[in-house]
Design a protein around this ligand. Structure first.
Ligand SMILES: [Zn+2]
Length: 255
């Protein structure tokens, strides 16, 4: 795989962000396989499409691309907050590619975040733009990249090393059972899985999970029986193959 952007493409553009957008989207379109179905190519979409940049002609999945020179921090700036919330509630929400490149315009890291890892708690509302701004009152958002669960950050290129399509598709298949279209249910499942992730041991008991009741209650203030909700979500995680029930209130992590 050629890891370098085609710099010639940028010569017709003035703004730096536009140059990067053109070069990075072209790079994905030319070099990347589909990380979801393993199809050899993904294609660039018309720039007039409101959110998605790329799509796979085989499985029909769509992808948005965010690129940055050097490391992404804890947050990734995105567009309008209301549009984002509407998007994550919709079944046409795109998957996200997070791409990092270096000074030589070489791709060093590429991560896939499947669309169903986007829940309200990873979207941060920014302050409205001041009245002096051209788009006064406009409210943008940040994706809280560091809050996205490990299971939802599938590494495709890591420090210049490219994993095989087969490997990545297998990893995706292990977690695709987490796909739930209803945003409220998805929020509970992702939040309870994030509690499971915080437990250090592979095996745990219900009491370990109940130590997160306050944290979950803050995220879901309308729920009046968080403990019951935890038990219900653990059952869903078991049915989806992410944890095992060992009996007597004991559980074991699988992924
Ligand atoms: Zn595909």
């Amino acid at each position: 795989m050629n890891l370098y952007f085609d710099e010639l493409l940028a010569s017709n553009y003035k703004s730096n962000s536009q140059k990067i957008r053109i070069m990075s989207e072209n790079w994905v379109g030319k070099n990347m396989f589909c990380p979801i179905c393993g199809n050899e190519h993904i294609s660039n979409l018309d720039n007039n499409m409101p959110v998605a940049d790329l799509f796979c002609g085989n499985c029909g999945e769509i992808f948005e691309l965010k690129s940055k020179k050097g490391k992404f921090g804890k947050k990734i700036a995105d567009g309008s907050y209301p549009t984002m919330i509407e998007r994550i509630n919709s079944i046409t929400n795109p998957n996200l590619f997070v791409l990092q490149y270096n000074n030589a315009f070489m791709v060093t890291d590429l991560v896939l975040i499947p669309k169903f890892f986007f829940v309200d708690s990873v979207i941060q509302k920014r302050k409205p733009l001041p009245y002096t701004a051209r788009r006064s009152g406009w409210v943008g958002c940040n994706i809280l990249y560091s809050e996205i669960l490990n299971q939802g950050q599938i590494k495709i290129i890591n420090n210049g090393d490219v994993r095989t399509a087969n490997n990545i598709v297998q990893e995706y298949n292990k977690i695709k059972a987490l796909q739930i279209n209803n945003i409220e249910n998805r929020g509970w499942l992702i939040d309870v899985l994030s509690c499971v992730n915080k437990i250090k041991d592979f095996e745990f008991v219900l009491k370990d999970m109940y130590s997160f009741v306050d944290w979950l209650q803050k995220k879901h203030p309308c729920n009046h029986n968080v403990e019951a909700k935890i038990r219900q979500q653990l059952q869903i995680l078991r049915n989806k193959g992410l944890i095992e029930f060992l009996g007597n209130g004991k559980y074991r992590k699988i992924i």
